[in-house]
Write a protein that binds this ligand. Sequence first.
Ligand code: GAR
Length: 208
Amino acid sequence: MLNVVVLVSGGGTNLQAVIDAVESGEITNVKLSGVISNNKNAYALKRAELSGIESRCVSPKDFASREEFNVKFLEAVDEMKPDLIVLAGFLVVIPPAMIEKYRNRIINIHPSLIPAFCGTGYYGLKVHEAALKRGVKVVGATVHFVDEGTDTGPIILQKAVEVCKEDTPEILQKRVMEQAEWKILPRAIHLIANGKVTVEDGIVSIEE
Ligand code: GAR
C-alpha cells in the first residue's frame, strides 16, 4: 500500500478526481494519508474533510521567513509519512530539501503539454490565456516528476485536448481538466503504486 499525501492550494478538483478513483478502484494499492494546503480557505481542504482524510494548512504567511516555512512545511509532510507526494494545483515552490529527500517520489499535474506553456509564471488560467493568445490548436496536460526546476522533471503521462474556435481561457481550462487532468493524474498514481513506472537518465518508462 502506497501512502499518498496530496498538496493543494485551491479548488481541489484534481484531488477530488484522485479521491474518486481510489473509491471506485480505478487506483489500487493506495492510501490517501493526508492533504496539506498553503491556503486555509482552499475548498480542497473541505473535500479532504468530507472524505475523512487528515488535512492541515501550512502557509508561508504564518512564518517570518521562507526558510522557516520550508523547515516546518517539510516537517508537516514528513509527519504524514508519504511514499508519494502529489502536487494537485499546489502553487508554492517546493523546498530544495524536500525535492532531494523525495527524489522521484513527488509528482505534479501541469495544465499544458510540457515543454509548451510551462515554467515560471505559467500556472492555472494563465496557461490557457497564453495558449489561446499563441493560437495553438492542440493543448493538454502533463504529469511529471518534480525536480529542482519549474516543470522540468521527467514526464510520466501526457494527454492532448483540442482547442475550439469559441474557447475562452475558462472554457479551455475546464475542457483540459475534464478530458486530460482528471484522467492522467489518477492513472499516473495507479501506475506508480503498482510498480509500473521507472526513471532512468531523466526518462520515464511505463510497463503497461
Ligand atoms: C489545475 O488546472 C492544475 O493543473 C493547475 O492548477 C489547477 C488546480 O485546480 N496547476 C498548475 O498550474 C501548476 N503549475 P484544482 O485545485 O481544481 O485541482
